[in-house]
Structure formats: C-alpha cells, structure tokens
Ligand binder design. Structure first.
Ligand code: HEM
Length: 243
C-alpha cells in the first residue's frame, strides 16, 4: 500500500508566507498613512475620517477600525503561532544556532536570527498596540494620538515597535522572494545582491519616515495645551466635536 504524504508541513509553510505577506503590505501602508501628520494635523484628521468610513457613509464609524484591528490581530496571531515551530526549542539548540551563525558569518543566517529576535519582541509590544487600537478606536487623531504618545508613554514602545516591525517586514519580504524563486535569474548572485540592496534601502527609508512621524507626534504632545481635552477641531470639516 502506498504511504500517504503528510502535506501539513507544506501547508504551514505556505500559510506562514501568505500571512507574512499580508502583514508586510499592511505595515507598508500603515506607516505612510500615519505619516500624514508630517503634512499637517488636518491631513492626519482626514485620513482618520477615511478609515472611519466618513467619506463613504457620511458619518463616522470608529467600529470599522476595531474590526480592521481585530482582523489584523487574528492574522498576526496565526503568523506568530506558525512561526513558533522555527524558534530554537531548547538552550542547546539556541547555542548551536548562535555558534554556527557566528562562525559562518553568513549574512542570510544572521538575517534569520534577526527575524527570530524581532518576531519575539513583537509578540509583546505589537499586541499592546493592537489591543489599544481595537478597544479605543475613536481615540485616534492628531491630538488624541499625540497625547497617547506623550502622556500615555507610548513613545518608547512605538520606537521599539517601529525598529522591530520594519526590519522584520522587509527581511521577511526578501526571504519570501528568495524562497519562492524570484531570484532565479541568469545570475542568482547578482539578483540576490539587488534584492538585498532593495531590502536595506526600504528599511532605512521606512525607519526615517516612521521616526519623523514619531518626532512630530511627540512635538505636538509636548507643546499642545490639552487642558480642554484631546479633541481636534477641523478647519474645513464641521461635524461636531472630534478627536
Ligand atoms: C488595524 C490595526 C492598526 C491600527 C488601526 C493602527 C493605528 C496606529 C495609529 C493611529 C498610530 C499613531 C499613534 C497612535 O495613535 O497611538 C500607530 C502607530 C504605530 N503603529 Fe499601528 N496600527 C495598527 C496595527 C499595527 C501593527 C500590526 C503594527 C506592527 C506590528 C503597528 C505598528 C505601529 C508603529 C511602529 C507605530 C509608530 C509609528 C511611528 O513611529 O511613526 N501598528 N498605529
């Protein structure tokens, strides 16, 4: 009798790649939308209204943000859960991996180690952020977000989250391209070098954008007078009082 092939490892591998791709694309959009604060408070407010469905329904529905955050949270948990099988399971395994990585000085193995460390960090800090977004969806806006960064001490957490998520996302995309055969040109060395350059350039660009936004939220948080609350009053859109 022919033995049945166990397809589970292949399914898990595919699921890890697919969820990773969705999360990486999400974070690329997220950092840019949230950088609207660099243009103006009004622009960030308009982006917030867009995600609340205001331009579609004519009314604000912050529940849409909760729903989106919950969906991302589920994908995040599935991705982390599947990735756990690749974590070193004992101190002995951990020692062997670090010894080999140090001795080989092989950049792709070091990239794998960075993925494990940044992934582990995000288990905790990513979850805190996602839970807040899910439970307080109407607390987003130029003033509410700045107040959270400064008065609720989210600044240091965002700083660590930014460094870990950006490195993790772009190293992940590079490894995906490698794994699914996008670097198999005539000269694999050359195409691998190009993808690696692109990966590093994107990491630097996104970290610069993210840090600039964080600096702007911090600046508003420190300089704005929040004594009458964290509500932002739009110059052009009059729909009552808004965050
Ligand atoms: C639908 C889910 C999400 C929503 C609605 C959301 C929304 C926001 C908002 C409004 C801010 C600005 C600060 C604030 O208001 O507190 C922010 C900052 C940030 N978020 Fe998210 N976020 C989501 C998911 C994620 C995920 C999954 C990650 C990474 C694992 C992430 C990483 C970050 C980082 C690193 C910052 C600081 C960015 C900077 O330094 O410029 N977010 N997020």
């Amino acid at each position: 009798m022919r033995k049945k092939i166990d397809k589970m490892p292949a399914i898990l591998d595919f699921l890890q790649s697919a969820t990773g791709l969705v999360l990486a694309l999400f974070i690329m959009g997220h950092i840019l939308f949230e950088a609207s604060i660099l243009i103006s408070n009004e622009m960030m407010y308009k982006v917030t209204l867009m995600f609340e469905g205001y331009y579609f329904f004519g009314e604000r529905y912050p529940g849409i943000i909760s729903f989106l955050a919950a969906a991302i949270f589920v994908i995040f948990i599935v991705h982390a859960g599947i990735a756990m099988r690749k974590f070193p399971a004992s101190y002995k395994q951990y020692k062997t991996i670090t010894k080999h990585t140090m001795r080989m000085k092989h950049e792709d193995s070091s990239l794998w180690a960075i993925q494990v460390i940044t992934g582990f960090m995000m288990f905790f800090i990513g979850s805190v952020h996602l839970y807040i977004m899910m439970s307080q969806p109407s607390n987003i806006g130029p003033f509410a977000s700045s107040s959270r960064v400064v008065d609720e001490f989210m600044g240091p957490l965002y700083f660590m989250l930014l460094l870990s998520v950006i490195s993790h996302a772009f190293i992940g995309l590079y490894r995906l391209a490698l794994k699914w055969g996008f670097m198999e040109g005539k000269n694999t060395e050359v195409s691998r070098g190009r993808f690696k350059f692109l990966m590093k350039a994107m990491i630097v660009a996104y970290i610069v954008i993210g840090l600039s936004s964080l600096a702007k939220y911090t600046y508003i948080g420190v300089t704005h007078d929040f004594s009458d609350g964290v509500r932002y009053k739009s110059e052009t859109i009059k729909i009552g009082e808004h965050k």
